[in-house]
Design a protein around this ligand. Structure first.
Ligand code: ADP
Ligand code: MG
Length: 270
């Protein structure tokens, strides 16, 4: 019997050079649970995800995934672990040069010795699961935003992972399509008992899918609890995030100027 939850993070500290990006982050994700990670832009959400995937090494802290202590895990153990994890990143969801079917077959071709017929059947099953039956021959450029996210989800699910990590799965989708993706995630959680970590800044989606929510602010966990607990939090920082109020405790000309410059360059990009 497993005594620790499938995902267990303790006192994780992460930095890029001198820039400390995660401060003492601790969380668990149980089997069959969806943990939603929320927080403003730059709060450390993607960095936390990359640590959980073993793509970055923490400055300090402990992490256990599926009962394996990741700090002492060998490359071989990490490889075995990754086979049990599914991931869909925020950007670069699909390889544009491959059709949908090949995108989804890829992990099976690379990581298993299964024969092409079996791989084909598994690919079709996963396309059915994400409501894209018969779409295997389409190229990514022929898909709508919602279909791309679904296809990326099918690829993340292809190995029947025990841990699923999704970075902004519904970003940029229209609300109806985003809601159907949420519905799909809930069904998957119930059907598979996976531990799911979802990063999102969509409040409505978070409240709908989360068993628990972890709110990050400047690398710190400022709330961790059920949807109701987080919604009813009396922390001003949590409420500011939930109501999208901009925090400006005191006026700092230099920071304000930086904000203006940042904002105008962001607008140019858009
Ligand atoms: P979020 O996903 O919440 O928007 P990130 O985890 O991407 O935030 O970033 C958190 C902080 O870490 C930001 O200050 C960002 O500039 C910094 N950061 C992220 N990735 C890198 C990187 N590869 N190199 C240096 N700094 C980074
Ligand atoms: Mg991010």
């Amino acid at each position: 019997m497993r005594t620790t939850p499938p995902i267990r993070v303790r006192n994780l500290v992460a930095a890029f050079g001198d820039n400390v990006v995660l401060r003492d982050v601790s969380l668990d994700v149980a089997a069959g649970e969806i943990l939603v990670i929320m927080g403003g832009s730059g709060s450390g959400k993607s960095t936390l995800l990359r640590h959980m995937l073993g793509l970055l090494k923490p400055v300090s802290g402990d992490m256990e995934l599926l009962g394996i202590d990741t700090a002492s895990a060998t490359d071989k153990q990490w490889m075995a672990l990754r086979r049990r994890m599914g991931v869909a990143f925020q950007s670069g969801a699909l390889f544009s040069s491959m059709n949908v079917g090949d995108n989804i077959r890829l992990p099976l071709r690379e990581r298993t010795g299964l024969d092409p017929e079996t791989i084909d059947i598994m690919m079709r099953i996963k396309l059915d699961v994400v409501n894209l039956p018969g779409c295997e021959d389409l190229m990514p450029a022929e898909l709508s935003g919602g279909m791309i996210k679904r296809a990326a989800l099918a690829r993340a699910l292809i190995m029947d992972p025990e841990l699923l990590f999704l970075d902004e799965p519904s970003a940029g989708l229209d609300p109806v399509i985003a809601a159907s993706l949420d519905e799909l995630l809930l069904q998957l959680r119930d059907a598979t008992g996976m531990s799911v970590v979802v990063i999102t800044h969509e409040l409505e989606s978070a409240f709908k899918i989360a068993d628990r929510i972890c709110v990050l602010d400047r690398g710190e966990v400022i709330a961790l609890g059920t949807v109701d607990e987080v919604r009813n939090s009396d922390s001003e920082r949590v409420q500011a995030l939930l109501t999208r109020k901009v925090e400006s405790p005191k006026f700092e000309p230099q920071a304000y100027l930086q904000q203006l410059i940042g904002a105008s360059s962001a607008r140019r990009v858009n």
